[in-house]
Design a protein around this ligand. Structure first.
Ligand SMILES: *[C@@H]1O[C@H](CO)[C@@H](O)[C@H](O)[C@H]1NC(C)=O
Ligand SMILES: *[C@@H]1O[C@H](CO)[C@@H](O)[C@H](O)[C@H]1NC(C)=O
Length: 478
């Protein structure tokens, strides 16, 4: 019986000899098929070997063409790019990317998209000036990364483009699993930072994007672009900047579905995040991009009629949220500072499936409501399943779709006025009341519930306390 040690040694030898065969016989078809057979045999030997040691067998198919002889890390400086940022490095970086896109393996990406085996364009901490967008080649590919350095737009960079562009030439998905990470992107007030168009499963991680005039990040079409741990601002500041009223551009412009933005700060832009797609998720966002008072918006949801946006655990710092005709919108666990509020804007009067719950609002006691309506186009008429509740406010007027109140009187009518608390004017869909009348036993009736005021009447004068609970949304059967 062969010892484990000898087996491992044989295995290593086998790998070496296969590589040797391939180095010389790569073009020969029989060589390749031999290689497959060998690999399969070794994979099963290796799997059984591993399982005997109590580790579950790894099942994976091996690469076929071409076999890696060197590293898949393509260093910008190896291509003559200038890491001091003085000379234009566009050509060099393009060449490096183009070479990386030739390192394909037999992959597991979506049909037609070649697996680049984890190839990287490594910037090695350099700063590179570019005069054209870095575009990925026309080859459809993925499992690729650009990382670790700075990119700056030259003074003649086109103003309508982005420094890095995943911009397929066809309408089909061309890129999948591309990671842009540990990058400083300086658009130099020429164009935007990063554009991800029609791409699948893209990651933007730990980037700092500044000096854009259009978008910090544009996400258009495609699926599942995940932006995380990233700082985005047109002008570099830490709040209270004297240029704030002139801040322009959009931090993240999402015209796409199924994306996530997590742990991201937007510190200057006219709109922090603009959403024009569905089923996007935002968590841990800190917006102080431009105060509402200067015309700024933290998150603008412009997907009327179908939103499906979830915003959680975020921080709205003097700038709030605007949602047009929201259908399925969830805002929770967030903190609104400096009179920041949520504005529901009616286009065709639709407000359906909205939860604004468990948030905190803080203001300056000038009477700003926490949730507001813009009905200048049309009043909200289709209001269903809207829950604004369980929020708290300090120095602002707390608005809600659910309210409770009580009043004591000695007489025949009791009225609780909810107009200051309720979000929608003149809307009470559900009332529940009880009349607490001590020892007496009065006959009573709900007389009126219009104008967000609830009136209860007794037949005879009575000393009693009226307790009322009202709800503006339809819950259960109607
Ligand atoms: C309520 O009003 C009636 C008649 O005005 C009076 O007789 C009665 O004492 C009052 N009750 C209380 C608890 O104030
Ligand atoms: C109900 O209250 C509204 C104002 O809140 C009033 O205009 C209306 O006349 C009242 N209806 C009745 C039946 O008292």
């Amino acid at each position: 019986m062969v010892s484990k040690k000898t087996m491992l040694a044989n295995l290593l030898l086998a790998f070496v000899s296969v590589n040797t065969v391939l180095d010389y016989g790569e073009s020969s078809y029989s060589g390749i098929s031999n290689y497959h057979a060998n690999i399969r045999r070794m994979a099963s030997v290796k799997a059984s070997f591993i399982s005997r040691n109590g580790v579950p067998p790894i099942s994976h198919s091996f690469s076929t063409t071409p076999v890696l002889t060197g590293s898949r890390v393509y260093h910008a400086t190896d291509y003559g790019a200038d890491p001091s940022g003085k000379l234009d490095s566009t050509d060099a970086l393009e060449q490096a990317i183009s070479d990386a896109f030739r390192s394909q393996v037999e992959g597991h990406l979506i049909q037609g998209v070649a697996d680049l085996g984890g190839a990287q364009l490594h910037l090695d901490g350099g700063t590179f000036k570019i005069s054209r967008p870095l575009r990925l080649p026309k080859i459809r590919g993925g499992n690729f990364m650009i990382l670790c350095g700075s990119l700056t737009a030259s003074p003649d960079f086109p103003t309508d483009r982005h420094l890095i562009e995943l911009l397929p030439s066809s309408s089909s998905f061309s890129y999948e699993d591309v990671t842009l990470k540990d990058l400083m992107i300086d658009s130099n007030f020429r164009g935007g930072g990063i554009a991800i168009v029609n791409s699948l499963r893209t990651i933007i991680d730990n980037c700092y994007i500044s000096h854009f005039v259009t978008n910090g990040i544009l996400i258009q079409g495609g699926h599942e672009t995940y932006v995380r741990n990233t700082f985005i601002g047109q002008h570099i500041n830490a709040g209270g900047d004297r240029r704030e009223k002139d801040f322009s551009g959009i931090g993240i412009n999402i015209k796409s579905n199924d994306n996530a933005v997590t742990d991201v700060v937007i510190f200057s832009a006219s709109i922090g995040i603009l959403i024009q797609g569905q089923a996007n998720m935002l968590t841990g966002i800190h917006c102080y991009n431009k105060a509402t008072g200067w015309g700024g918006t933290g998150i603008y949801i412009q997907a009327p009629g179908f939103t499906q946006t979830r915003i959680a655990n975020s921080y709205f710092d003097f700038t709030g949220i605007v949602a047009e005709d929201p259908v399925q919108l969830h805002i929770t666990g967030s903190f609104f500072l400096g009179n920041a509020f949520v504005l529901l804007k009616s286009l065709k009067g639709v407000a359906f499936g909205i939860n604004i719950v468990d948030n905190m609002f803080s203001g300056d006691y000038t009477g700003v409501p926490t949730v507001q309506l813009d009905q200048s186009n049309s009043p909200f008429t289709k209001i269903e399943q809207v829950v604004v509740d369980r929020n708290n406010a300090r120095g602002m007027v707390l608005k809600s779709t659910v309210a409770r109140g009580s009043i004591w009187r000695n007489g025949t009518t009791w009225t609780v006025d909810f107009s200051r608390a309720l979000l929608f004017p003149n809307l009470i869909k559900h009332v529940q009341y009880t009349l607490h009348a001590g020892a007496s036993f009065p006959r009573h009736i709900l007389r009126n519930a219009s104008g967000n005021r609830v009136t209860v009447e007794t037949e005879l004068p009575t000393s009693a306390t009226l307790h009322v609970a009202v709800d503006q949304s339809t819950v259960g059967y109607t």
